[in-house]
Design a protein around this ligand. Structure first.
Ligand code: PEP
Ligand code: MG
Length: 746
C-alpha cells in the first residue's frame, strides 16, 4: 500500500480537485475518479454505483471491472455487498468477499477474480446516493486509514452537481413539483391551518468540497463555531422568559455546541483534505446514519439536536439558507425533515403549522408546537422532496393529513373545515363555564391532562374542572440530569397556584417503556412496554419516588394533595407505594415541615389484572383513574406505538366497553371515585359511550373538553344506553356503527 493515514486522503483529494476543475461531463469525471482512486489506493478495481431511484443501484463507472457492464449492471438496495452498504449506510470491509454474508456474484462484471472488498456509502446529509467500492485480488483487509480515505472521496462525489443526472434528482426537481399531493402522516397536534410552505433547510450548495489550505479552512470553521456559540447563547437568553422547559432544551444545545469531541472530529475531517463545509456534512451524515440505527427514541432526539447544530454551522459557513433575521412570511407552514427545538423557537410563534417527515409525539419540537397550539403532522414521508417554498399547503392536524398544491375543490372543502372549526370554537367557548350535563340530567366531571408549565393557562381557557392527570415525567424528560427536590417542589407549587384550588392528580414518575431518562442507565429489555416501568421502577428505586413524594408535599404547603401511582398491576404494589407515602409524610412531620391538609391516594388502572384485585384494594384506594391508552394495549395485546396494530381493535368494541362497564360497576360498589384519562376520553363518541357505561369523570387534552362537553349536553344518556345495548345484543363486534347512525339520525 502506498501512502497511509491522513496523507492518503489528502493526496487523493488534491488530485481529485484538479480532476473536478477540468472540463468534462459527469461521466468523464466519474471515470476519472475511479482511475485516480484505484491508482492512489493500489486497488485493482474502483467502481461507482449510483441510485437512479430509491430501490436500485446501477454501476455507473468502473476501473478494473468489465467496462461493458457500466450502465448495464443493476442490483436492488439490500442485494449483494454493494446493496448492503447502501441499505445500512455503513461500510463493508472484507478480505474474503465470496464468503461474506450477502455476497452476490454479477458475472457480466468479471468480479469473480477479486477477493477483498471495501464499499462505502456515497451519502449527502444522511441520504444514500450510491456506493463507492474498491476491490483487490489478494486477500487483504483495508485498514482504517484507507476506509477513511474512501469515505472522504465518497463525500466529494456526493457533492458533484452532475450527480443529479445519474441519481434521478435532476428530473425529480422539475415535473413532480407541479402536481397536487396528499401526505398521510400522524397527528401530533390538532387543528387545521392553510398557508404557504416555508422549507426549513433548503438544500445548501457547496462549490468547493476540497480544502485548498487546511489551515484557512480550520480558521473558517473556528470563526463559524464561535458565531454558533454566540447564537446559541442568545437563544438561551431569549428563552429565559419562555419558561424552564425551553431553557433546559437550550442548555442541552449549549453543551453540544461546546463539545470538544465534535469540534475535533470536524478538524480531523479538514486535515484529511475536506473543506470546512464538507467536513461538517461528513460528520452530519454520520450522525444521521446513527440516528436511523438508534432504537431508543430519546437518544434519537438528542442526535437530532446535534444534527440541528450542524445545520446552523453549515449555514454560517456557506452563508446560504435562511438567516435568523429573515422575516417569516405570513401564513408560513414550516416543512422539515425533522427540526430541533432551537430552530423551531427561532422561527417564533408566527408560524401557523408544522409538518415533519420524521418527528415523534414526544419530541422536544412537538412539545413546543403543543405549547404554541399550532397544528402539527409527523411522518409525512418525502414531503421535503415534493414541497417548494411558497407552495400552497393545508395541514389537518386532526387527521394527520397534509395537502400540497391541492386543487380548488379540496381547498374549498378545507376552507369550510377551518370556518367550521372556528364556529365550533365559538360554540365551545359559549359553554366553557357550563357543566357537562346530559339531556336527562347526568352530570359528568370534565378535567384536563397536563404535564408542562405551558399547559397551565388551559386550566382557565378550556373550562376544565381540574387536572385529572398531571404527567410528571415530562419535566424529567426535558432535563439532562435528575432534577433536585427543591426544583420539583417549586414547579409543583406553580401547578397548585395555577389550579387555584381545583384538584390536580399528580401522577408519580411514569418512566420506562418509550420514556427513557438520559441520566438513568437504560435497560435493554425485550418488551419495554411490559417491562421495568412506572411504579415498578418507583418501588425498586425508592430514593427517587420518596424525593418526588416529598416535593409534592412541600409544594402543597398545607393545601390538599392528590397523588396517583401509575401502572399498578396488583394490590401489593399499591399497598407498598402507599406505605412509602405514609413514611415520607411521617418524616416530613418529624422535620417540622408543613404537611398537606389531606392526602388522597389513587391508582391508575392500566392493566386488566387490577380490575380483578381483591375488594380491599377498592376500599383502600381513594380514587382510580383508568389509563385507557395502556389498558387498551394490554386488553387487546396490541402495541399502542405500533401503527400496524394500533388501530386494529376499536375502543367501542363490545368486549372493551363491557370491561369498562364492569370496572365502573365495581368502583361504584365500593364508592371509589373513578375517571378515565386515556386519549379516548377526548373523543366525543367514545366519551359518550364511556359515560353510558357508567363513568362519571373524564380527563382529556384541553382542546377536547369543548367538543366532548357539547356532545354530552346534546345527548339523552338513557337513549344512548339503549342503542349500545341493542347493538351488543345483536352480536355486533363494535357498537360504533349503531351509535354513529343513531347520532346522525337525530
Ligand atoms: C394511559 O395509559 O392511558 C395514560 C393516561 O398514561 P400514559 O399515556 O402517560 O401512559
Ligand atoms: Mg399509561
Amino acid at each position: 500500500m502506498a501512502q497511509k493515514s491522513g496523507a492518503t486522503s489528502r493526496t487523493l483529494l488534491q488530485r481529485l480537485r484538479d480532476t473536478l476543475a477540468e472540463d468534462g461531463d459527469g461521466q468523464e469525471r466519474l471515470d476519472h475518479i475511479t482511475v485516480l482512486v484505484s491508482e492512489s489506493m493500489e486497488a485493482q478495481v474502483c467502481s461507482v454505483y449510483l441510485r437512479p431511484d430509491r430501490q436500485t443501484l446501477e454501476l455507473c463507472a468502473t476501473e478494473g471491472l468489465n467496462k461493458s457492464a457500466v450502465h448495464q449492471t443493476r442490483l436492488r438496495v439490500g442485494e449483494g455487498l454493494v446493496g448492503r452498504v447502501a441499505k445500512q449506510a455503513a461500510p463493508i470491509n472484507t478480505e474474503n468477499a465470496p464468503q461474506t454474508k450477502g455476497f452476490q456474484y454479477m458475472p457480466e462484471t468479471g468480479e469473480e477474480l477479486y477477493s477483498s472488498f471495501l464499499g462505502v456509502p456515497i451519502q449527502r446529509l444522511g441520504e444514500v446516493l450510491g456506493v463507492l467500492v474498491v476491490q483487490n485480488k489478494d486477500m487483504r483487509k483495508y485498514d482504517d486509514d484507507e476506509v477513511y480515505a474512501l469515505e472522504v472521496v465518497a463525500m466529494v462525489i456526493a457533492e458533484m452537481k452532475e450527480l443529479g443526472a445519474f441519481t434521478g434528482e435532476g428530473e425529480a426537481m422539475t415535473a413532480p413539483h407541479q402536481r397536487a399531493h396528499l401526505f398521510k402522516g400522524g397527528a401530533a397536534q390538532e387543528g387545521a391551518a392553510r398557508g404557504v410552505v416555508l422549507l426549513h433547510n433548503p438544500k445548501i450548495v457547496i462549490t468547493n468540497p476540497v480544502a485548498d489550505d487546511p489551515e484557512i479552512e480550520k480558521k473558517h470553521l473556528r470563526e463559524a463555531i464561535d458565531q454558533l456559540r454566540l447564537n446559541v447563547n442568545d437563544l438561551l437568553n431569549a428563552s429565559q422568559s419562555a419558561g424552564k422547559e425551553q431553557q433546559e432544551v437550550m442548555e442541552a444545545y449549549r453543551m453540544f455546541a461546546n463539545s470538544r469531541g465534535w469540534v475535533s472530529r470536524l478538524e480531523a475531517n479538514i486535515d484529511s483534505g475536506l473543506s470546512a463545509a464538507v467536513a461538517v456534512e461528513k460528520e452530519q451524515s454520520a450522525t444521521r446514519a446513527r440516528m436511523s440505527r438508534v432504537p431508543d427514541p430519546y437518544l434519537r432526539e438528542r442526535l437530532h439536536d446535534l444534527d440541528d447544530l450542524s445545520n446552523r454551522l453549515l449555514r454560517l459557513l456557506t452563508g446560504q439558507g435562511r438567516a435568523a433575521s429573515d422575516k417569516v412570511p405570513d401564513n408560513a407552514i414550516l416543512v422539515a425533515s425533522n427540526i430541533g427545538p432551537a430552530e423551531l423557537l427561532e422561527y417564533g410563534k408566527n408560524i401557523k403549522g408544522l409538518v415533519l417527515e420524521n418527528g415523534s409525539v414526544g419530541s422536544h419540537a412537538t412539545i413546543i408546537a403543543r405549547a404554541w397550539a399550532i397544528p402539527m403532522v409527523i411522518h409525512a414521508d418525502n414531503i421535503t422532496r415534493e414541497a417548494l417554498n411558497g407552495d400552497e399547503i393545508l395541514v389537518d392536524g386532526d387527521q394527520g393529513v397534509v395537502h400540497l398544491r391541492a386543487d380548488d375543490t379540496v381547498v374549498a372543502a378545507f376552507k369550510d373545515k377551518i370556518a367550521m372549526l372556528a364556529k365550533a370554537q365559538q360554540k365551545y367557548a359559549a359553554i366553557r363555564t357550563e357543566p357537562a350535563v346530559t339531556l336527562d340530567g347526568v352530570r359528568v366531571g370534565m378535567q384536563m391532562n397536563a404535564g408542562l408549565m405551558a399547559d397551565l393557562p388551559s386550566l382557565i381557557s378550556s373550562g376544565a374542572e381540574g387536572v385529572g392527570l398531571f404527567r410528571t415525567e415530562l419535566q424529567f424528560l426535558l432535563r439532562n440530569s435528575m432534577p433536585k427536590r427543591s426544583d420539583l417542589a417549586e414547579l409543583y407549587a406553580r401547578v397548585f397556584e395555577a389550579a387555584d384550588g381545583k384538584p390536580v392528580n399528580f401522577r408519580t414518575l411514569d418512566i420506562g417503556s418509550d420514556k427513557v431518562l438520559p441520566y438513568l442507565q437504560p435497560e435493554d429489555e425485550p418488551n419495554p412496554a411490559m417491562g421495568w416501568r412506572a411504579i415498578r421502577v418507583g418501588l425498586d428505586k425508592k430514593g427517587v419516588m420518596s424525593m418526588q413524594l416529598q416535593a409534592f408535599m412541600r409544594a402543597a404547603n398545607g393545601r390538599p394533595l392528590r397523588v396517583m401511582f401509575p401502572f399498578v398491576a396488583q394490590f401489593d404494589e399499591f399497598r407498598a407505594a402507599k406505605a412509602m407515602l405514609d413514611k415520607v409524610l411521617e418524616n416530613e412531620k418529624r422535620l417540622g415541615h408543613i404537611v398537606p391538609s389531606e392526602i388522597k391516594v389513587g391508582a391508575m388502572l392500566e392493566t386488566p389484572s387490577l380490575a380483578f384485585a381483591p375488594d380491599q384494594f377498592f376500599e383502600m384506594c381513594d380514587f382510580i383513574s383508568i389509563g385507557g391508552n395502556d389498558l387498551k394495549q394490554f386488553f387487546y395485546a396490541a402495541d399502542r406505538e405500533n401503527e400496524r396494530v394500533r388501530r386494529r381493535y376499536d375502543t367501542l368494541n363490545v368486549s372493551f366497553l363491557t370491561f369498562i362497564e364492569q370496572i365502573a360497576a365495581r368502583c361504584d360498589l365500593f364508592e371509589t371515585p373513578v375517571s378515565f384519562c386515556g386519549e379516548d376520553a377526548g373523543r366525543p363518541i367514545e366519551a359518550l359511550c364511556f359515560v353510558a357505561m357508567g363513568l362519571r369523570n373524564l380527563s382529556m387534552r384541553p382542546a377536547s373538553i369543548g367538543p366532548v362537553k357539547h356532545m354530552l349536553r346534546k345527548t339523552n344518556l338513557e337513549e344512548a344506553r339503549d342503542v349500545i345495548n341493542e347493538a351488543r345484543a345483536s352480536g355486533q363486534q363494535s357498537v360504533r356503527g349503531a351509535v354513529v347512525k343513531w347520532l346522525n339520525d337525530r
